[in-house]
Design a protein around this ligand. Structure first.
Ligand code: G3P
Length: 215
């Protein structure tokens, strides 16, 4: 399973990367805005800065919602750096854009996926990754992890090469559940990643070992 960090915060990306467990980065327009990255030039430079920190795929989202606009933006994003994966929303023109970019050899990440049907379309269009948002499903009382399981089963059954990238992960338990469900990738903020480190018995056990050593 690959581990991506879902942020545009360079310090968080460096911290996760320094752990030696990071395989890539996902961003979206909200995450870029959260870091105060504004204006096309700054946004593009920020993507390159991210690529220079991490070895692995970096998802950069298009803003256009029409086919022509999405492919134009997508091609420009892909030219920025070989690690860029073009993130395209799950809409009708988005599916067409994924097909077009895939045929041109450009990697894509189909985002805002909330159903197995949407995931099937993304895979048929040739998306490199499909991003089901599990936290947002949980928010409306649907089981996000169940959707990951369903998509993983369908893709395995039919041999779709599209990787299931579990997104909108809010806590460490989500990461574990998505790993159990067979997600190819999990993407989440730094906090749930660091949360995986903690166990009170590790802390008390280590304290006792050190105390005994010092006796
Ligand atoms: O990768 C998608 C993610 O950024 C959305 O997360 O917490 O805003 O639902 P969230």
């Amino acid at each position: 399973m690959k581990f991506f960090i879902d942020t545009a915060n360079l310090d968080h990306i460096r911290e996760a990367n320094d752990l030696g467990i990071l395989d890539g980065v996902t961003t979206n327009p909200s995450l870029m805005a959260k870091e105060g990255i504004k204006g096309q030039e700054n946004i593009l430079k920020h993507y390159v800065d991210i690529c220079n920190i991490v070895d692995g795929d970096v998802s950069a989202e298009v803003i256009a919602t029409d086919f022509e606009g999405m492919i134009k933006e997508g091609e420009a994003l892909a030219e920025l750096h070989p690690q860029i994966v073009v993130k395209i929303p799950m809409i009708k023109d988005g599916i067409k854009a994924i097909r077009y970019l895939t045929d041109k050899g450009i990697k894509t990440n189909c985002t805002l996926v909330f159903s197995a049907g949407q995931a099937i379309l993304a895979a048929k269009a040739g998306a490199t990754y499909v991003s089901p948002f599990i936290g947002r499903l949980d928010d409306i009382s649907f089981d996000g992890v169940e959707l990951i399981e369903q998509i993983v089963n369908i893709y395995n059954l039919h041999g779709f090469p599209t990787e299931v990238l579990a997104a909108s992960i809010r806590n460490s338990m989500h990461i574990i559940k998505c790993a159990e469900a067979g997600a190819d990738v999990v993407t989440c903020p730094l906090e749930p990643i660091m949360g995986l480190l903690s166990h009170p018995l590790t802390d008390s056990g280590l304290a006792k070992f050190l105390a005994d050593h010092n006796k």
